[in-house]
Design a protein. Structure first.
Length: 262
């Protein structure tokens, strides 16, 4: 099985389109939340996600943009984008955001017979952390408790917009990983083997608003047969995404940050 792992698309249609094209072929798509917010194409992005993604975990921007939660905790730029998204979102898409996505964490193998060929019983999905959808895992100290309490070897998380992961071998040896790429302007990938004795928290990075100083859209592929995770970065039409943000009247900062990957 080749699973495409997406997270934090944030209404960036150009980035999502580039990722889906670059990632093919894949058997299944999982999204870790924050489909909307920040970008200028929430409806177009939601329609693609609704028709493509098998499992979609709710993110904090999904809650606020759909009106479930108030935007008071957001900074002014994020709040303005969230309120704009509420106004332009179609009723159908709002109902999907409110009622369709899963509230994580989601253990994919729950109810699946635990046989070796059922690779899905090794995987869980969450937005921020398996212990709370709004929690940020930014360091090994943040990852320690979720890894110690893990009931499956592999958990995919998003929320931080930082591609990489946290590993715990034999529940003792800690390791933080960040993909190392040869360039900053072309399509690239970096492979992490998955071994039975290692517990993993893996962040595929943000499709629509990376924050690791790499402007390219980020995603990951989980190849259960090869037992590996392949991190990817792909270029996309940043100028077109920026133009749409400005044309929508959204804050300039949201356009500027895309080219800096911050």
């Amino acid at each position: 099985m080749r699973g495409l792992i997406l997270s934090d698309i944030h209404s960036n249609l150009e980035a999502l389109t580039a990722v889906l094209e670059a990632a093919a072929p894949f058997d299944v798509v999982w999204n870790l939340g924050d489909v909307v917010g920040y970008g200028a194409n929430p409806n177009e992005v939601m329609e693609i996600v609704r028709s493509t993604v098998l499992y979609n975990i709710r993110g904090n921007h999904d809650r606020i943009c759909s009106g479930t939660d108030p935007a008071l905790g957001f900074n002014p730029v994020a709040r303005e984008a969230a309120l704009w998204t509420r106004k332009v979102m179609t009723t159908e898409n709002r109902e999907w955001l409110l009622g369709g996505p899963f509230i994580g964490p989601l253990h994919l193998g729950r109810g699946v017979k635990p046989e070796p060929e059922n690779h899905i019983n090794k995987v869980a999905l969450a937005h921020g952390s398996p212990l709370g959808e709004d929690e940020y895992i930014l360091s090994m100290s943040d990852a320690w408790e979720p890894l110690q309490r893990a009931t499956v070897p592999l958990t995919f998380i998003g929320h931080t917009h930082l591609q990489g992961g946290y590993l715990l071998k034999n529940r003792k040896q800690q390791m933080q990983i960040r993909p190392q790429y040869a360039n900053l302007d072309q399509s690239v990938c970096w492979t992490l083997p998955v071994t039975p004795e290692v517990l993993c928290l893996i962040n595929p990075g943000s499709v629509g608003q990376p924050r690791d100083s790499d402007w390219r859209a980020a995603f990951a592929i989980y190849d259960s047969e090869a037992e590996e995770i392949i991190f990817h970065r792909v270029p996309y039409d940043v100028a077109a995404a920026q133009k749409q943000i400005l044309a929508a009247g959204l804050p300039e900062r949201l356009a500027e940050r895309l080219s800096a990957g911050r």
